[in-house]
Design a binder for this molecule. Structure first.
Ligand code: 5GP
Length: 203
């Protein structure tokens, strides 16, 4: 991994507000990028190919995995999801903070590959609030909502595997929490070896 690039895993259950928080976080910031994943799931209304995801067939996805073009991939709710490798490496090389919005199995794989990765879990303030948010979307029937809540509970149980937990009580608080983490990470000694040796050698 490059000295200045920071790789960040960002997970949280469906309805925790990941997309809203990330959109607000990256607005007007060139130093933070969100990786665009590949998926075999159906495109939802309003989603744009190449922006929200690369929507591909299972056959194409599996070909990319066999060609070793993916950093990680996982099956979630019957669909395949994965992170294309080349763009992430490229963004890290140019010093960006690169966010992977992925689920818990992918997070586990990335931690093994990149020991320096930092991981953030976006936590709803309570299960009750999560349920209200899922219902508030108005898109899912009762059975789907209950299914999402069961999955959410399992995912939340794995929050202790993450380095940081950010509570999404308000979008502003969640965004500020993530900014604080990124700012502190940038100041870690091992990410600043170059400047340290430059200053030492000029004394
Ligand atoms: P959705 O279908 O709601 O967009 O995403 C379902 C789940 O897949 C979310 O938890 C999301 O974070 C996760 N996900 C999205 N992209 C990737 C990816 O590239 N890899 C993995 N492992 N999970 C992903």
């Amino acid at each position: 991994m490059s000295e200045n690039g920071i790789l960040i895993i960002f997970s949280g259950p469906s309805g925790s507000g990941k997309d809203t928080v990330l959109n607000k976080l990256i607005a007007g910031r060139e130093d933070i990028k969100v990786s665009v994943s590949m998926t075999t799931r159906e495109k939802r209304e309003g989603e744009i190919d190449g922006t929200h995801y690369y929507f591909v067939s299972r056959e194409y996805f599996e070909k990319k995995v066999s060609e070793d073009k993916m950093l990680e991939n996982a099956e979630y709710n019957g669909n395949l999801y994965g992170t294309p490798k080349a763009p992430v490496d490229e963004m890290l090389k140019s010093g960006k903070a690169v966010i992977l919005e992925i689920e818990v199995q992918g997070a586990e794989k990335i931690r093994k590959l990149y020991p320096d990765v930092i991981s953030i879990f976006l936590m709803p303030p309570s299960m009750r609030v999560l349920e209200e948010r899922l219902r508030g979307r108005g898109t899912d029937d009762e059975e789907t909502i209950n299914h999402r809540l069961v999955i959410a509970r399992e995912e939340i149980k794995r929050a202790p595997e993450y380095d940081y937990v950010v509570i999404n009580d308000t979008i502003e608080n969640a965004v500020a929490g993530i900014e604080t983490i990124i700012n502190a990470e940038r100041k870690k000694t091992f990410r600043n070896k170059k400047i340290i040796s430059e200053v030492i050698n000029n004394v």
